[in-house]
Write a protein that binds this ligand. Sequence first.
Ligand code: ZN
Length: 378
Amino acid sequence: MRASTADLRNANLLAVYKYIYEHKEATKTEISYALRLSLPTVTQDLNELLSSSRILSAQKAEASVGRPAMLYQFNSNHHVSFGVEVLQKKVYVATVDLYGKIIKEAKLERKFENTPEYFQEIGDFINGFIDPQGYPDGDILGVTFAVQGIVSEDNEHMTFGTLLNTTDFTRENFAKHFRHKVSLVHDTEAAAIAEDWYVHGSDLNAIYLSLNHNLGSARIIGGKVVHTDNLSSGTIEHMTLYPRGKVCYCGKKGCVDRYVSAEALMEAAGMTVPEFFEAKKAGDKKVLKIWNQYLNDLALVIENARMVIDGCVILGGLLDEYITDDDIDKLKKCIRSISCFPQVEPVIIHSHYGSKATLIGSAITEISVYLQRIGLDL
Ligand SMILES: [Zn+2]
């Protein structure tokens, strides 16, 4: 069947919009040349995109012969999404644009409580953050709460969440205080979504390890963060590293969390994370011994993980910023010495978004759905 004129026009318009999204900005001639479209067609499409505020225009800054060419920019604030990170004692919120960039953020010091007063206070705080920014309701894609626990397949409640001391609250507890779409997401899964977004376009196979106060993990397979019925995106943190080992908060003994989380490191050393790494820098022998044992345990976890995923391991969370290139070399050396596939080079990379990964990733859950819907998904 032949495409109608209207279909063709829509396809051209989308191609122009997509080109500007990918390149962030472009001139009319660049677009016409790259897409092999006539200048009148591109002009018509640009005018339509400008009139709906999907793109913006600005004079090209650099001097050139004749009139400077008009530069067309993607309007990344045309729609926005809000990411919220709920922690035991704090709540972070951020406005995120269509490029997955934080535009504005805020923090509230408030201890988590499963009470109507708590949800009301969080609702007031976040609405007080959103409303003054002046986005029309139709431009707000949603408010996504990242929680420290496994979220059910239907995204309505938590099925496992010892860190917030309860699984009794539901999405509705948050949602009733908003006129926007509200969703829940497991915090580590959100962080992995952000990291996966960063390498978008690749068929990434990876395990994301969040080396936070408590350990978190998520699986990325074929460029997608996996979310399954019962165990979210996998729970490496509760795999047994040492049978009959230290007691984990889940009630089991010898879990990975008890050996490679930031909390485990602080307990072993009896100091805070910054103190620990100051002492490490100063060459404190006791601290160096604890750190070498930590790296050996982490190497064992990474080796087990890559036997399942056959891909790379992304290190994120609190401890990631302290892990040096030398530490990565030590991890790789240790992995080669214990692996039955030493010829398969271990790939260990640092997180791109660092401590902001969860906040950005929770907002990206709605952004990626929107981009896919309008055909801008890359
Ligand atoms: Zn456990």
